[in-house]
Design a protein around this ligand. Structure first.
Ligand SMILES: C=CC1=C(C)c2cc3[nH]c(cc4nc(cc5[nH]c(cc1n2)c(C)c5CCC(=O)O)C(CCC(=O)O)=C4C)c(C)c3C=C
Ligand code: FE2
Length: 419
């Protein structure tokens, strides 16, 4: 984030509040200006509330290599307008709103202090909350480039070859209502209300141009991009994310996550590709499986998370010591021609299924430089042979091109794509 822009935003809001009061407009804010200003986090302090805000501007979008927060609200949108200019205007407005929200500031003029006759610019439920390391990451789905053979936005020839439509994998049980999408926004934060507020406000801004196709709440990150931190556990009770790509490993990020100049297309350089899979777990069956069977399935111990034949979690796995159908052996880069992905998934529970079984699992999110060299070979192998398959079901799927970061306040999500 640019400190300037956040500071600027604060100054504008403050000035406007004072301006309205000075003009004697019947806004109610004149009398309560101080309280309102405090409520929306605007103060005389020229310094922005950097505290726990993650920078929004930069060469890559935040929310990929940046440290993983505790909560997720992910939304996939259908674009309901055919008007390219309206879509461009929306992406500009989304970018402006995202820059503000990630800095802990309300959208537009805020939730209070605006014209009483008009709906507030911001819905208000994040008033007084900290930025909570909110990151907002936008993506473009294959159907944005062309849908049912129709090139609605003149983008058909701009679709990156690396943004493939995934094949049907053995065992897939995909629900179309939980799959696909023209656009996506991944909101991650340490406070669930901050993540939900962000998606809600972006959806609200998009009213009449986009509609939410499906969305997913997540908790208890199941992967980490900070190897020094304690590895989180998934709902099966295993440490998940031990051997992930670290957010500070620039060489690995360039090799496996960020699109490079030689990859093209130019508008994607510095970006990445996201595969999202909703993977349901048969929790009750898993909970009745013996510990030894559970450990055999992963090829790691449940307590320490050590690979079979080794003592410690971060010891290098000896693949020959792992069962042939174990998840870790099959997913290891040595079994997949060196393929690596950056995992950033979350656990989810959506109540019960009517038969008393938990509707729960892993919302799997993986970033990669090219889906054809990342998720595709990995999932091809796992879908065929993984012992874990007895306990999981892939029920939702989507892929998105994640453009590079927004450079500054004049830039916006997708500027290069629509250039
Ligand atoms: C296609 C890619 C993958 C899918 C789908 C997937 C699903 C999935 N994974 C777990 C739990 C664990 N996965 C672990 C390691 C691991 N998984 C993948 C890929 C997919 N997982 C990779 C590339 C790796 C790392 C392999 C390596 O380099 O050693 C682990 C072990 C700990 C760790 O390294 O993270 C666990 C546990 C579940 C529960 C799941 C679907 C529900
Ligand atoms: Fe895995």
């Amino acid at each position: 984030m640019s400190a300037d822009s956040a500071t600027g935003a604060a100054k504008v809001s403050r000035r406007r509040l004072l301006g309205w009061g000075g003009a004697g407009l019947a806004l109610g804010v004149a009398a309560t200006g101080g309280a309102a200003a405090a409520a929306i986090g605007v103060s005389d302090d020229p310094e922005p509330r950097l505290g726990d805000a993650v920078p929004f501007y930069g060469p890559h979008q935040a929310g990929i290599a940046t440290p993983v927060q505790d909560r997720l609200h992910f939304a996939a949108f259908d674009v309901t307008t055919d008007d390219r200019d309206a879509l461009v205007a929306l992406l500009k407005e989304w970018t402006r709103a995202a820059a503000r929200m990630t800095a802990g500031r309300p959208v537009g003029e805020g939730a209070v202090g605006g014209l009483p006759e008009a709906p507030p610019d911001d819905t208000g439920e994040a008033l007084g909350l900290k930025p909570s390391r909110l990151t907002l990451t936008v993506g473009f789905g294959p159907t944005l480039f062309a849908k049912d053979g129709e090139d609605r936005f003149g983008l058909a020839d701009r679709r990156p070859p690396a943004l493939i439509d995934l094949p049907a994998f053995p065992g897939d049980d995909l629900d179309p209502a939980r799959s696909g999408g023209d656009l996506c926004v991944q909101a991650c934060a340490d406070d669930p209300q901050v993540a939900v507020h962000a998606i809600r406000n972006l959806a609200r801004i998009g009213f009449g141009k986009v509609s939410v196709r499906w969305s997913q709440l997540g908790f208890g990150k199941t992967s980490s991009t900070t190897p020094e931190a304690q590895t989180p556990r998934n709902l099966m009770g295993f440490k998940d994310g031990t051997r992930n790509i670290s957010g500070t490993d620039t060489a690995a990020l360039n090799e496996h996550v960020w699109v490079q100049p030689q990859d093209g297309p130019p508008w994607m350089v510095g970006g990445s590709y996201l595969v999202a899979r909703r993977i349901a777990m048969n929790i009750e069956t898993w909970d009745r499986a013996p510990l030894k069977e559970q450990e055999d399935i992963f090829g790691r111990t449940k307590g320490e998370g050590a690979p079979y034949g080794k003592k410690h979690e971060h010891d290098e796995p000896d693949l020959n010591a792992l069962p042939a159908d174990s998840h870790v052996r099959l997913a290891h880069p040595d079994s997949n021609g060196g393929a690596r992905i950056l995992r950033r998934g979350y656990s989810y529970t959506d109540g019960t299924d009517g038969l008393g079984r938990l509707d729960a699992g892993l919302f799997f999110l993986a970033y990669q430089r090219d889906i054809r060299r990342g998720f595709l070979p990995l999932q091809t192998r796992l879908a065929r042979s993984d012992a874990l398959n007895e306990y999981i079901r892939h029920v939702g799927s989507a892929v998105f091109a994640i453009p590079p970061g927004v450079r500054d306040a004049a830039d916006w999500w997708g500027k290069e794509l629509f250039a």
